[in-house]
Design a protein around this ligand. Structure first.
Ligand SMILES: Nc1ncnc2c1ncn2[C@@H]1O[C@H](COP(=O)(O)OP(=O)(O)OP(=O)(O)O)[C@@H](O)[C@H]1O
Length: 857
């Protein structure tokens, strides 16, 4: 098959070799040039991979629709619950509207002294008076008036926020002036004009109140205090009266002939008809919406952790998926999960007339929703680093929503509401996404109760919405960067993590320039065939499917792989044998890019895994030890996904998937979801996945472990179908499987390759010779043994029971099978009923190599 004018693709002895015009083998990595058309497919295609992950995620989420519907049901439940209560309260409040008043009547002033611990926060000295709620005709009122009037020093007063709103202030004992509760401004209009003006603009709520000084001289202080009841939320401002009188008294000082105060009382500003403005949803809003806005968190955590827990993320990575594409696609799906639920909430809220959503500019609400969405998703990414089980993620998510909701309502609300809270505390609180959301929701609430938030006023003192949104964007960015960094370094059950300072290492930034590693020609203590393997790698210029060059892998203090040297030719199936814990899976994980070798490296088709893993993964297929599948996707959907990862699209993809399903006998089960598959079917699907996209090297980690003989044979057939088209690295504990499938075998013990070669070579090299099993007549053991040892000197009994004896013949060229057969056949009368001769099995070689190791130890 000519690829282009210069290069060709030859198939010799089942070996596929890319060669240049002169017939020299070429590596995919050589010179960073594209050598042939096929090589183009080595490049990861962002569009194709993004399409694959997005389609898979959307299909998977659609299958999770029952679970996802819970999210919407939770939202509906909370909203409907609030609506019902709101409705009941509104019906009850219907008769409480206040008619329009151009000249509202004056009311009685009153004062309330409290300096008990109960009402005064401990931080205030007891000599300060705290003025807040209004109670008329109490002794406390008289007491405070007396105190104020008789005091020679200014009296310390604290005005409760509920009395004066945000304009309240606080005056220390000994201060020169008493208090400046409201900004004073002289208005050049008389009371009537002022009344008219206020009456027409009272809804704009810009006037908090005023003093009307009717007559002021050394003997008289006549004033009216006007205040805006709507703005001050139904609180009287009686204290203003006292303040002004006292201030006046202080001002005129000892010259005072102050004899009378004409008191006109307090009255509301002129206003139009006031309907009861009670909106429970707005009042409860921040807390209610806290729950709703954060409700997607557990669902997003589940989505992120599931792939990690089930090792699907690792497999996708090994099969060529670029992590950047994975994160972007997951980010989008998570964001959509949040966004759809919040838009749904918005729609319901508008339908039901919730003021927080209706009385504020839609653009401001939309920006807040977007900003918090990004923060929530980034925060979920961050949390997912520390959680290994998706069930745990779900529980944690729900607890977080509940806890932050309740905590905000009971603690954070008070802290944020107090004007004594220093900016630094507000900043610290804002670092927690849930509390920052609360600040944003408080802004919306204030907008609903005071004045619509628009892009013009969104950073006014009462809303600070712009600040909140900027905080959200900054925090989202920080959480995302932290998540991506911690994902690489925080220890977890899955995958091997990097050094915390990896970004400061040169190899991180310049990994394309990792020095080539030359295999050591000889290593002390290695057997002759392992030496020969090193020679083969060093002296054979042909590009191999896989070359492992002095690969070491250490987990903490455990050295799992020790200076492994191995080459697998193209088109060859290499069997990797070894006892449990020998390091076979670790080798596959290093070769397939899941783990970074501690030292040494591997080359796939001439490309170094340290420098070209992005290309290697496109020609790599992996079937891990456990089935790593999405339970809620069908077999066909799995293959479509992995096919797209490998840049196969359109008609070719459909054909490849059909062929793949057929090759593992799953074509009739293609549309069943994996959760309905049996263990054998899942295993067959895993194998089909590993061969998807015509990989050049396939790693099969115990492909038939735990399967019945019939299924095992089926899987062997599918592997045989692919054999020759690519190199296969197969680990197994089943000797007959290795004998059946593998051209070469390596036995690996405690991280070291002990022997390597074709199975028959190993059997003859490590085998002890032939065995004869004879069935004898009773009491003839002595005669038969004499006969066998006379025939083959050195033959010894290895097993004798129930007149069946097994003899081990010495390993010697002098033992000729044909002679043995003939002699036994002629001398059956020594007492032999039946007999059989067998050679050394691979299992015996395996046991011998392993036992040798253990005996040495
Ligand atoms: N993530 C890990 N962290 C620490 N040690 C590990 C890790 N993975 C494997 N090991 C250790 O490394 C050694 C080799 O393990 P590996 O899984 O590669 O063996 P194996 O030959 O595949 O075994 P098996 O046949 O049982 O699958 C074992 O001692 C194992 O305990």
């Amino acid at each position: 098959m000519d690829i282009n004018n210069n290069n060709s693709y030859n198939k010799n002895n089942n070996n596929f070799v890319f060669t240049d015009a002169k017939g020299n083998p070429i590596s995919y990595a050589q010179g960073n040039k594209i050598h042939n058309q096929d090589e183009l497919k080595l490049k990861r295609n962002f569009k194709s991979q993004f399409n694959a992950v997005l389609k898979k995620n959307v299909t998977y989420q659609w299958r999770q629709r029952k679970n996802n519907a819970c999210l919407l049901v939770n939202i509906i439940f909370l909203v409907v619950f609030m609506c019902i209560i709101n409705l009941i309260v509104k019906v009850y409040l219907k008769d409480y509207s206040t008619p329009a008043q151009l000249h509202p009547y004056a009311g009685l002033p009153s004062l309330y002294l409290t300096n008990s611990d109960k009402c005064i926060p401990k931080m205030y000295p007891e000599s300060l008076f705290y003025l807040d709620h209004v109670i008329t005709n109490t002794n406390a009122t008289n007491e405070i008036i007396n105190n104020i009037q008789q005091s020679e020093q200014p009296i310390g007063l604290i005005f409760g926020q509920s009395l004066l709103g945000k304009a309240s202030t606080f005056c220390k004992v000994g201060a020169q002036s008493l208090i400046y509760p409201l900004t004073m401004e002289k208005i050049d209009s008389n009371v009537t004009q002022l009344n008219d003006e206020i009456f027409h603009s009272w809804r704009r709520l810009s006037i908090m109140g005023g003093y009307d000084f009717k007559s002021i001289n050394n003997e008289n202080l006549e004033l009216t205090i006007v205040f805006n009841k709507t703005l001050t939320r139904y609180k009287d401002l009686p204290t203003l009266f006292q303040l002004v009188t006292h201030a006046y008294n202080s001002l005129i000082g000892s010259n005072s002939n102050f004899t009378s105060i004409v008191y006109d009382g307090l009255r509301d500003v002129p206003h139009g008809k006031i309907e009861p403005n009670f909106d429970l949803v707005s009042l409860m809003g921040p807390m209610l919406y806290m729950f709703i806005f954060q409700m997607p968190l557990p669902f997003i955590l589940k989505l992120l952790i599931y792939d990690k827990e089930t090792k699907l993320k690792d497999l996708m990575k090994m099969m060529g998926l670029e992590m950047k594409t994975y994160w972007i696609s997951n980010y989008i799906v998570s964001f959509l999960l949040y966004f759809i639920s919040i838009i749904f909430l918005w729609a319901i809220a508008c339908l039901l007339g919730f003021k927080m959503f209706l009385n504020n500019a839609a653009i401001v609400i939309f920006i807040l929703i977007l900003a918090f969405g990004h923060l929530l998703v980034s925060f979920s990414f961050f949390l997912s680093v520390f959680i290994d089980r998706y069930q745990m993620g779900l529980y944690f998510g729900y607890l977080w929503v509940l806890f932050t909701g309740l905590f905000t309502n009971n603690v954070i609300h008070d802290i944020l509401d107090s004007k004594f809270t220093p900016e630094s505390s507000v900043f610290a609180i804002s670092l927690v996404p849930a509390f920052l959301l609360y600040r944003g929701l408080l802004g919306l609430q204030n907008g609903a109760l005071i004045e619509e938030i628009t892009l013009d006023n969104w950073n006014d003192r009462d809303y600070l919405m712009k600040d909140v949104i900027v905080y959200m964007v900054i925090e989202a960015t920080i959480f995302l960067i932290l998540a991506l960094y911690l994902e690489e370094v925080v220890p977890s059950k899955y995958g091997v993590k990097r050094h915390p300072l990896f970004i400061f290492k040169k190899s991180f930034w310049f990994k394309k320039f990792n020095e080539p590693i030359t295999l050591r020609p000889i290593l002390e203590g290695e057997g002759p065939d392992v030496h020969a393997e090193r020679d083969r790698i060093l002296n054979n210029p042909q590009i191999k499917a896989l070359e492992v060059l002095d690969l070491n892998k250490t987990y903490g203090t455990k050295q799992a792989v020790k200076s492994l040297a191995l080459a697998v030719d193209q088109g060859i199936c290499f069997g990797f044998l070894g006892p449990n814990g020998a390091g076979k899976s670790t080798t596959i994980s290093c070769v397939s890019g899941l783990f970074q070798p501690t030292s040494g490296t591997a080359r796939v088709l001439g490309m170094d895994i340290r420098n070209h893993f992005d290309r290697i993964s496109m020609v790599l297929g992996v079937c891990p030890q456990d089935n790593v599948l999405w339970e809620d996707l069908t077999g066909e959907e799995h293959l479509l996904f992995y096919g797209r990862l490998k840049n196969i699209n359109g008609k070719r993809l459909k054909e490849a998937v059909d062929a793949s399903l057929k090759s593992v006998y799953l074509d009739t089960e293609a549309h069943k979801m994996v959760k309905q598959y049996s263990g054998g079917m899942k295993r067959r699907l895993s194998i089909a996945i590993s061969f998807m996209g015509n990989p050049k090297l396939v790693c099969l980690d115990e492909p038939t472990a735990g399967l019945d003989p019939a299924t095992r044979r089926g899987i062997w057939n599918s592997i045989k179908e692919h054999k020759g088209k690519c190199a296969i690295l197969l680990t197994s504990h089943a000797m007959e499987e290795v004998q059946e499938l593998c051209d070469r075998v390596g036995i690996f013990v405690e991280g070291e390759m002990k022997c390597i070669g074709a199975s028959h070579e190993l059997m003859s090299r490590y085998g002890e010779g032939y065995k004869i099993k004879v069935s004898i007549q009773p009491d003839r053991e002595q005669y038969v043994t004499h006969f066998i040892t006379s025939l083959v000197p050195g033959a010894r009994i290895t097993h004798s029971m129930n007149n069946i004896i097994q003899y081990q013949l010495p390993r010697s060229d002098s033992v000729k099978l044909s002679v043995l057969f003939r002699e036994i056949q002629l001398n059956l009368d020594v007492g032999i009923i039946d007999y059989g001769i067998s050679g050394t099995t691979l299992e015996e070689v395996f046991l011998k190599v392993c036992n040798k190791k253990y005996n040495e130890a």
